[in-house]
Design a protein around this ligand. Sequence first.
Ligand code: ADP
Ligand code: MG
Length: 240
Amino acid sequence: MVKLEHVDKHFGALHVLRDINLTVSRGEVLVVIGPSGSGKSTLCRAMNRLETIDSGQIIFDGQPLPAEGKALARLRSEVGMVFQSFNLFAHKTIRENVTLGPVKVRKVAKDAADRRAMELLERVGIAAQADKYPAQLSGGQQQRVAIARALAMDPKMILFDEPTSALDPEMVQEVLDVMVGLARDGMTMVVVTHEMGFARKAANRVVFMADGQIVEENTPDEFFTNAQTDRARDFLSKIL
Ligand code: ADP
Ligand code: MG
């Protein structure tokens, strides 16, 4: 689905991605883990070209990432993104938040978009709140709406950048449950998270990043019980 080859990225003097080589297959769930500042968000953002890269290449669905125009707009609709801060439109209802992309970008008819939005809100357990505004929902509910909004574009892959780290602890599981459901349904997912339970339940592979590099790549069970590098063991000892 996506392949990164020798990807490098600097922010000024800061070398944030160093020779990243990574393939995510269709239907695969990849968990990315690593200390703050290691380049996880930049890696995600590069995959839907919210961030440019300095060298190397990123192939998505057989094509190099487009730089601009219609092809870039299409890429953005095919690669969904769910952020730590839910980023819902505050002045639109939950239903409008989910229909806006399909109607504006995909030119889906309003009533069809509406029906689909209600199905998706049902799927994430928020249908009853469809006509409320984001501020009237809990953080966990808002994040589930953000997932429904990403799904409404019929993405080929969804990137999740620490989707539960801004949530109160009691709301983490309801969001992870939705994500586990997506994984089981075969969605291709790249998930930056430190939630070991999710990784164990849903991930095919864990990638550990430090200082802009992929330091370790393994199955979740191997990674969490038998990390190969001091760097990863040290990190795990701090979060577990
Ligand atoms: P992570 O998500 O693993 O915490 P990031 O990808 O957000 O790491 O950041 C990697 C490094 O790049 C950090 O040192 C961060 O401060 C820096 N960085 C991120 N975005 C920018 C930016 N737009 N301009 C300058 N530096 C940035
Ligand atoms: Mg980050």
